[in-house]
Design a protein around this ligand. Structure first.
Ligand code: FES
Ligand SMILES: [Fe+2]
Length: 375
């Protein structure tokens, strides 16, 4: 289809993609021998840590009669349902014991499973792999393993003996995953939403030109010496000559935004995710790692302050947007400012198409593209 200079209707489907890892909870909130509730893609989960500290994730509903398992007892290894005492292995969900069975009743207890999910701790978060829905049937079977480990923040270990700092921020957004994601990649809201005297005013709006290229499952904005609005970039300029700074921002399905800024031996790296919680609720988690500002007592706090400000401005905006979205308004995407959003929808459609046909995913971008906008 030719690219015309007219707005395009935005697809309102807000489908949540299965077959991917998602951030479930900040790791420092998940304590040993405690059970925590979480929700991902409308799936209720109970999350905990075993005796050795390894996290696990089970569906938060007993396969017997649906009692939430987070109400049960956990001994560091097995989880006992609070209703009839059925006991399950916390990691693979296999049933260990049904207390009501008599010695001559030979129900095969070990063929019963609570739903369980691959679970990993990575860069300060507990991640859960949500597989494609299995065939309908009674109960659960053995779980599907994840095809690859949970996504990791890129760290450039060689500098300063691999020392770096890590911090996270998290905020709930009362909008669908699609609005959360395109809100994250949308460059045009900056001058209006992210105003601050120490940052920028709406009068600083100017024309920008950025180069994008396709990468597997996503796209990359790459730049040397960014004229970027990114917060760490402004701070980095205090440490390095502007022309030695390079930055890349990748978006990769289903929900990953990686930003890497390098200035000689200094680097700042973040992995932001927008996680579908329910159809009309998502959560943004920003995790950043950096080796700069380490010696400054106020460095991390300053960075956190700047990020928290941004995330709060986005959260507040989406809260208001949710009001407007309540009655399914017609929405549009325009060029070039909304082109990344268009690519997101196209990537999602191509991914689903490839999955349903079993063929290769057809990337919506055929090569590098330069976009222009004012922000
Ligand atoms: S509902 Fe869990 S043991 Fe019966
Ligand atoms: Fe924003």
């Amino acid at each position: 289809m030719p690219e015309l200079d007219s707005p395009q209707r935005q697809a309102p489907d807000a489908l949540m993609l299965t077959g991917f890892w998602y951030r479930a909870l900040p790791a420092d909130r998940v304590h040993r021998n405690q059970l925590h509730k979480a929700m991902l893609l409308e799936i209720p989960l109970v999350i905990g840590r075993d005796r050795a500290g390894h996290p696990f994730a089970l569906r938060d509903a007993c396969p017997h009669r649906g009692m939430p398992l987070h109400c049960g007892n956990f001994d560091g290894e097995n989880l006992e349902c609070s209703y009839h005492g059925w006991t399950f292995d916390a990691h693979n969900g296999q049933c260990q014991l049904i207390p009501s069975l008599t010695a001559d009743q030979n129900l095969k207890v070990d063929r019963i499973y609570a739903g369980s999910y691959p679970c990993e701790e990575q860069d300060g978060f507990v991640w859960v792999y949500i597989p494609d829905p299995g065939p309908q049937g009674a109960g659960f079977g053995m779980r599907e393993e994840a095809p690859e480990p949970a996504p990791e923040i890129e760290k450039f270990g060689e500098t300063f003996g691999g020392k770096y700092k890590l911090a996270y921020l998290t905020a709930d957004m009362p909008v669908s995953i699609d609005h959360g994601i395109i809100g994250l990649m949308d460059p045009a809201h900056g001058p209006f939403v992210h105003q601050a005297w120490w940052w920028r005013s709406r009068h600083s709006i100017h024309e920008k030109q950025k180069n994008f290229e396709p990468i597997p499952n996503g796209f990359r904005m790459s730049a040397h010496t960014p004229s970027s609005n990114s917060a760490p970039y402004k701070l980095l300029r205090l440490y390095a000559a502007a022309d030695s700074i390079t930055t890349t921002i990748d978006f990769v399905l289903p929900n990953l935004r990686r930003e890497i800024i390098r200035a000689g031996k200094y680097w700042f790296s973040s992995l932001t995710t927008v996680t579908p919680i329910r159809r009309n609720q998502c959560r943004i988690d920003v995790v950043a790692a950096w080796n700069i500002f380490r010696w400054l007592p106020f460095g991390p706090e300053l960075l956190k302050f700047v990020f928290a400000k941004f995330v709060e401005q986005d959260r507040r905006t989406m809260e208001l947007q949710a009001e407007g979205l309540q009655h399914n308004p017609h929405l549009m995407l325009i060029d070039d400012a909304d082109r990344p959003a268009k690519w997101y929808f196209q990537l999602k459609a191509a991914h689903l198409e490839a999955k349903s046909t079993g063929g290769e995913m057809k990337h919506p971008m055929t090569g590098p593209v330069t976009l222009k906008w004012r922000s």
